[in-house]
Design a protein around this ligand. Structure first.
Ligand code: ADP
Ligand code: MG
Length: 473
């Protein structure tokens, strides 16, 4: 595969400095120190030039996003299915159990949100295992679906670095990415569905969130669309301490009614440091505010539900169009439940005997939780006949296509040329009112690149960086 840009060695330092300055001046930034509340910033890590991806495969994934939006919108509202899928894993997974407990309580109280908003991201890797390269789905992020703003702005950086390399025409091969505008538009549409002009959008984040500037981009973008909409930001803990419910289940924060709660936190146990954060989540969930995601949506994004959706006949329950069902199913890898019984036993056996061909996944988000290779062997040998194995699902491992590129990092070594593999995310947004879906969009993409030999990469630890596609024919 040819690269999108060739930089002469004696110009490389200059190009990198310009790219870093482009990032800093266009808001591709993060706090200099994680956990600090200060105005000292640095640029995010990124790949110097965009990565070649076959256009027809990229566009196929864009198209199937509308099907996934509809699927996940419908699944999010199927209480029985979600509870049933998760049932056997809960004894050994305290975090998911706590979330499901909230789900049960709000379901029993028959609390009805005034509308629905799901902003999701489907992640894929280009599998090189078979003769024909295909994007296969890694996961559907229903809550940990961030970086939309960074990704949109990075598109402009990559068009710039292509031009610096002398590839002027190539900038047209970097597709438009309206993910920031798409998130903001969906928030505004949900706010309109709620239908209370004085009510606010509330973005819920960690108190010192490394993504704070990403959140600001979203806030500013909402302001561009409708400057009348009040936009607040707070933590789960502050909701726990300061929010209340009014007579008709309205969520009130600091005296202001909340129309939309947009969670940019809440998806891993570490975000609930005490009962106060759980209380914050519970108060918000008991309200009629539109939550993004809904608690059903959050749970629909677990790995266990992903596996359950891959069982024969399940997608058909949510999607009428048989062609859409095929489009969705074609993106799936083989997924296996480890529930007790002959099917689960068989899955354990094949994983133990072919450990390099699988990934073992618990119901966790945001990276660093999956098991690979010898870790699979060890864990499954330990849990072979134990019900504890049900807190994992087993997934066929994708062998991703490899590419080469320059990683530009803030940390030393600041620039390295490496063999890489990438993961493509497509963002979707879907808004509904009491009569059904009123807004269903594919809103943009995100490309993350990690060293080819690594099983997982992390943007936070700079072992993965952000990138853009360069579409080839
Ligand atoms: P998380 O919710 O933690 O992001 P993911 O399912 O996205 O969980 O897995 C994290 C990472 O593990 C992915 O970004 C990818 O690098 C790797 N990974 C996950 N599933 C597979 C797979 N089936 N084949 C190859 N790598 C995978
Ligand atoms: Mg992921």
């Amino acid at each position: 595969m040819t690269s999108s840009a060739v930089f002469e060695n004696d110009r490389l330092d200059e190009v990198i400095q310009k790219a870093k300055d482009f990032a800093l001046t266009h808001g591709l930034i993060k706090p200099l120190e994680a956990g600090a509340v200060s105005s000292a910033v640095t640029h995010i890590s990124f790949l110097l030039a965009p990565l070649p991806i076959p256009r027809h495969l990229f566009e196929k994934m864009q198209r199937v996003q509308l099907d996934f939006n509809k699927l996940m919108y419908n699944v999010s509202q199927d209480y029985e299915f979600i509870c049933n899928a998760l049932k056997s894993s809960l004894n050994y997974d305290e975090f998911t159990r706590d979330l499901v407990e909230i789900y049960h309580k709000v379901h029993q109280k028959k609390i009805k949100d005034r509308g629905m908003l799901e902003i999701l991201r489907c992640d894929y890797m280009l599998d090189s295992k078979n003769n024909e390269e295909q994007f296969k789905q890694i996961e559907i992020n229903m809550i940990a679906a961030g970086m939309a703003s960074t990704s949109a702005i990075l598109t402009h950086l990559h068009r710039y670095t292509l031009r610096l390399s002398g590839n002027y025409e190539g900038a047209n091969q970097v597709p438009d990415n309206l993910s920031l505008e798409g998130v903001a538009t969906a928030l505004v549409r949900a706010w309109e569905v709620y239908g209370q002009p004085n009510a606010s959008i509330l973005l819920v984040a960690e108190p010192t969130d490394v993504c704070c500037y990403n959140h600001r981009h979203i806030e500013f973008s909402v302001h561009e669309i409708n400057p009348q909409i009040s936009f607040m930001r707070t933590s789960l803990g502050d909701i726990g301490k300061r929010a209340s419910l009014a007579d008709d289940q309205q969520l009130i924060m600091d005296g202001i009614e909340i129309a939309v709660v947009y969670y940019r936190t809440g998806y891993k146990p570490a975000f609930y440091k005490s009962k106060v954060e759980w209380n914050g989540r519970f108060i918000a969930e008991q309200s009629c505010a539109i939550k993004c995601p809904s608690i059903g949506g959050h749970l629909a994004g677990t790995k266990t539900v992903q596996q359950a959706l891959s069982e024969p006949g399940v997608i058909e329950r949510y999607i009428d169009d048989p062609e859409a069902v095929v489009r969705i199913r074609n993106t799936f890898c083989k997924l296996y439940s480890l529930d007790l019984g002959p099917k689960g036993d068989h899955a354990v056996d094949i994983a133990i005997n072919n450990r390099e061909k699988f990934v073992l996944k618990p119901n966790r988000e945001a990276g660093g939780n999956n098991l690979f290779g010898n870790e699979i062997f060890k864990k499954l040998t330990e849990f072979k006949d134990s019900p504890e194995r049900t807190k994992y699902i087993l997934m066929e491992k994708i062998v991703p296509v490899k590419v080469k590129g320059y990683l530009v990092k803030q940390l030393k070594p600041a620039v390295t040329l490496q063999e890489l593999s990438y993961e493509l995310g497509i963002f979707g947004a879907v808004v509904g009112n009491n009569n059904g879906i009123v807004h269903n969009r594919q809103i943009g993409h995100l490309l993350r690149t990690k060293p080819a030999e690594a099983n997982e990469g992390s943007l936070l630890a700079e072992t993965a960086v952000m990138d853009s596609p360069f579409l080839t024919s």
